[in-house]
Write a protein that binds this ligand. Sequence first.
Ligand SMILES: Cc1ncc(COP(=O)(O)O)c(C=O)c1O
Length: 396
Amino acid sequence: MGISKQLRVDMVHGSWIRKMFDEGLRLKAIHGAANVFDFTLGNPYVDPPPEFLTALKRAAAEERHGIHAYMQNCGFPEVRAKVAAELSAELGFGFTAGSVVMTVGAAGALNVLLKSLLDPGDEVVLVAPFFPEYAFYIRNHSGVAVVSTADDTFLPDLEDLDRKIGPHTRAMILNSPCNPSGRVVTPEVLSGLGDLLRRKSAENGRTIYLLSDEPYRRLLFDGRTYPSPFGHYAHTILATSHSKDLSLAGERIGYLAIGPECEDAADIFAAATFCNRTLGYVNAPALMQRVLLYMDSYQPNVAIYQRKRDRLFEVLTGMGYEIIKPEGTFFMFPKSPIPDDPKWVEVLARERVLVTPGTGFAFPGYFRISFAVDDTVIEGSFPGFERALKSVRQSA
Ligand SMILES: Cc1ncc(COP(=O)(O)O)c(C=O)c1O
């Protein structure tokens, strides 16, 4: 094989989520799709809202000269101005079109930012459990991932972070609401984190940037409002997308927004614009940008996910599973009934229930359920969840 040695390793060990998804395909071929209960993929369940379809039809019907051509690499100015105005209204800070770069999803935003900020060997601190692609993104840009472990309620552990943030730390990625735990970082922890990052930046003699990855920001349950890190740390840069709140994961539309008070904001904006081009994204999809421009404000359909969360939580905890109730996202991260979570995932797979081991999120001893699935999958999985739990308890 002509591919790099590193990539060969990554492709084998790279993704538990994919591995379990493939296992699902195998089981479905044997048992029929209706008899396999697949909770592995984080693909949104609800369809995009009617406001999206109306805006899409309007954008598609336009016939102005040049609307499908290249544009500024940061995106259409009027779209960035709209995003900035919405962010300012939502978060209470003075974002402008010059703070916003439209990107190819949140993944594009993160890659552009890491490319913009990292010199070879610079460290990026992650809080486990984390979205496993982060480790690849960091290495894409010659950085080194340093992993801090969350506390047992899945909140960042400030004492551990104090140990993990060192002289080479350039950035930290924070993900709230969190994939896989569904946890929302509290204002108290954000405040402590802000203090810690300011102290460490002063010690290092250079600013540590907080990259706040928020594609689930609007998927919050029980009427929660989102505690944003911007008010706690000036050097925050938001990376996000409409993959989850508008269910547009396949359309690849997202953006990054640099905090108005962030150090070197203008340089970072210019670098991110440049990297959007040189990483080969060139710009975020033009049609989707115009759709955002024409879209009325909307509320994501959180009620559907909340109902699914409640049903799963109630039934699984009733059986004896230990779960911290998710506050957002469409993920749940129960404790594995046996310490060896990959083995537990195999036990469940024998019952044709497919989940992802916590090991895949650098957090062994747990497993992830993606409940962006049909109710029939949820209801059909319960006997398997129960039998699997009984079987490991009996053999304990
Ligand atoms: C935490 C987190 N960040 C980033 C992404 C990537 O999002 P996008 O599809 O918008 O690139 C995902 C996708 O699942 C995610 O869960």
